[in-house]
Structures are given as C-alpha cells and as structure tokens.
Design a protein around this ligand. Structure first.
Ligand SMILES: *Cc1c(COP(=O)(O)O)cnc(C)c1O
Length: 378
C-alpha cells in the first residue's frame, strides 16, 4: 500500500521532546518555541513570527488584528480549506468568493478590483500547493483601496515570490505545521507579522489577553489583563518536534523536490498527448514541492482513476469542494461573478502520494500505473 501522506520524521524529534521534558518546562514560549520563531524570523525576513496552535488559529488572530467587524466583506477564493473562511466568519464577516486561475488554482487577481465594495476590509490570497499568488498585483490593489492582505500560506513555508518568503508580503501571513504539511509539529502553525504596530497586540491576543509576554521579557514587573484574547500558544512538546524539522529543512525540501520533479518529468508525455494536465509554476514563484497533482479530463475520469489506483494499492485523493457550494458557504457568503474555473477545475484535480522519504520504487510504481490507466483507457 502506498499512502497518500506520511507525517515527516527526521530522527531528532524524540530527543528534543525528551529535552523539553527534562528542562521542566513543557508549556508554551520556552526554549524550543523561541528557537523556532527566531529561526523563521531570520530565514524569512519577518519582523515577528509567533508560533500558534494551528494555522486556523493564526488566521483567527489575523482576523482579530485586522479588526474585522460584523458586516465587513472579505475576499477569498472558494477553492480553499474551510479555515481560510472560518476565521473571518467568526468575526461576523461576509465572504466574497472569487474565481481562480486554472493553471495555478490561485485566486484570480484580475477579478479583485470589481469585487471590492465600501464594505471590503481584507483580501485573503491562498498560495495553493505552495505556489505563490501574483502578490505584486494583489498588494497594489489592496494598498489603493486600503485593505488588509492576509496570506493563507498554510502550504507555503519555504516557498517564495520574487525572492520574498510567502507569508511575509501581506500584512499578516499564516503557516501550518499540521502533519499533512511539509514541516510539522502534529498540530500547529505560525503567525507572521510585518508591521511592528501589531506585534504587541498579537502577543496579548495569544496570551489570553494579558501582557505576559512582556512580563517574561522583564519589561514589566507584573502581568495583567489588558485586552480580549484567547489561548493560541502551542506547548514546548510540539515546538521541540518542529525544531527537529526546521533543522532538517533542506533535507526535507530536497527529498520532496526529488519526488515532485520525478512525477513532473515522468508524466510529461501524458500531458503532451493531451490526456492530463500538470501543475504550472509561474516564473515569479519558487515552490516547496508541497503537493503534486494532475488534472484528468473530468470528474468521471478522475473517479475511475482513483479506483484503478486504489485497486493497485495506491492511495490518491481529490481536494477541496468549493466553499460556495457548501451549506455554510451559502450561509456566510456568495460567489462574485462567474464560476468559470473553480468548480470545473476542482473536479479534475487529483493529488498523488507525496511525503518526505518516499521510496524511488514507490513513485516509479505510481507513475507506471497512471500510464497503464491511460493506455488501457484509450
Ligand atoms: C492546512 C491548511 C489550513 C489549516 O491548517 P491547520 O494548521 O490544520 O489549522 C488552512 N488553509 C490551508 C490552505 C491549508 O492547506
């Protein structure tokens, strides 16, 4: 059986968790949390990185920091994970879904400007598969209309747009370290903040509305309740796992990229014959091999291919069902303009097994069986 995903493990994780336990501090904001955040701040040139309990929570924090109010409109793609939307719905926002580029599955920035109204408060680009949205265009529109940009870079750690790390281009960026992502801590995420004005507010928000972070830095002699907040701080046990992963960033990256490139090269002939479509990486994007997907002719062919591969022990999965077609999506938002690509392309997309440490013989087998399907299918 070839799994679709196996959580990344590089070898030092357990020793670091042991170290956290021995240090006598397993709650948040200890040595490993600090190591992880400072490492990311430096590597990605971010003013501040705060580890969080999930990317969902990082998005929620961003929605609070942007002071989204009931009735405000937030523009986002419909082709995304529910968390992108949930964070804003919790603040009473109305969701305005826009269509995507079929080549990247990323929000189509050309539709943004017409979707903006007086109520629009934020744009939430999602870097699908770790491939950058066209951020220059998005930022220009956002600045012109005084809107926040909150990047859902859940899949985009170690991906760049014109040399800038995803998550550091908008006002706020959100990473995920869920077990399905390239670098993991089981459940966890990070909030990236560019504007110093928001750093202290974010720390208070994450620490139950208290100024405990300043207290720990010795800036004040006791901590108090200063604003509303919640508990978005992950434990040192999770951070210890993540630190082992971040130390092996290059190793994980190279390994995944080998699999990605192998798929891309080996499936080229099927694209040339017009049988499938492969992912497209725009010249401004350097990606992290988060995902490899192909597009079949239509949903029926995809269903047949999934069954065909399953019978041969290969687990492949489709991805998002567009949010605007779901019960909650209808309740909390609407699709602006025409759905030319969102539904159609989402029904064609099939994700292939992709994880750190995937065996060469396994990826070869996947590619062979896909070829078999298309030769028998003719
Ligand atoms: C994984 C993912 C999330 C949620 O991340 P969690 O850390 O599980 O909360 C949000 N948005 C996108 C695009 C994702 O892929």
């Amino acid at each position: 059986m070839i799994d679709f995903n196996i959580p990344p493990y590089t070898g030092k994780e357990l020793a670091y968790i042991q170290q956290a336990v021995s240090s006598g501090k397993i709650c948040g904001d200890g040595a490993f949390t600090k190591k992880c955040s400072e490492w990311m701040e430096k590597r990605y040139d971010a003013k501040k990185v705060l580890l969080t309990t999930s990317c969902t929570h990082a998005l929620e924090m961003a929605a609070h920091l942007a002071a989204i109010q009931p009735g405000d409109e937030v523009i986002l793609p419909s082709y995304t994970f529910v968390s992108t939307a949930d964070a804003f719905v919790l603040r009473g926002a109305k969701l305005v879904f826009v269509d995507i580029h079929p080549e990247t599955m990323n929000l189509d920035e050309r539709i943004l400007e017409e979707a903006i109204t007086e109520k629009t408060k934020a744009i939430v680009p999602v870097h699908y598969a770790g491939v950058a949205c066209d951020m220059d265009q998005i930022m220009e529109i956002a600045r012109k209309h005084h809107l926040f940009v909150i990047e859902d870079a859940a899949q985009g750690i170690e991906s760049f747009y014109k040399g800038k790390a995803l998550g550091t281009i908008g006002d706020f960026g959100c990473y995920s370290f869920h077990e399905t992502k390239n670098y993991s801590m089981g459940e966890g995420g990070a909030l990236l903040i560019q504007d110093r004005e928001y750093i202290e507010k974010a720390e208070v928000l994450r620490e139950k509305g208290t100024n405990r972070s300043r207290f720990f830095r010795g800036e004040i002699d006791k901590y108090t309740w200063v604003d509303f907040g919640s508990s978005y701080l992950p434990s040192e046990l999770n951070a210890a796992y993540l630190w082992a992963q971040l130390e092996s960033t290059q190793q994980i990256f190279d390994d995944r990229m080998t699999t990605w490139n192998f798929y891309h090269e080996s499936l080229k002939d099927l694209e040339e014959k017009g049988q499938i479509v492969r992912p497209y990486i725009p010249p401004y994007a350097s990606h992290n091999a988060h995902m490899y997907y192909i597009k079949t002719k239509d949903v029926d062919e995809r269903t047949r291919l999934i069954c065909f591969l399953k019978e041969r022990g290969i687990h492949c999965v489709f991805h998002y069902i567009p949010l605007h077609s779901s019960e909650a999506g209808k309740k909390f938002g609407y699709f602006y303009g025409e759905d030319r690509y969102t539904t159609r392309e989402s029904e064609r997309l099939l994700r292939l097994p992709m994880y750190y440490g995937m065996k060469e013989s396994d990826r070869q087998y996947v590619v062979e069986e896909i070829h078999k399907f298309y030769s028998e299918n003719r």
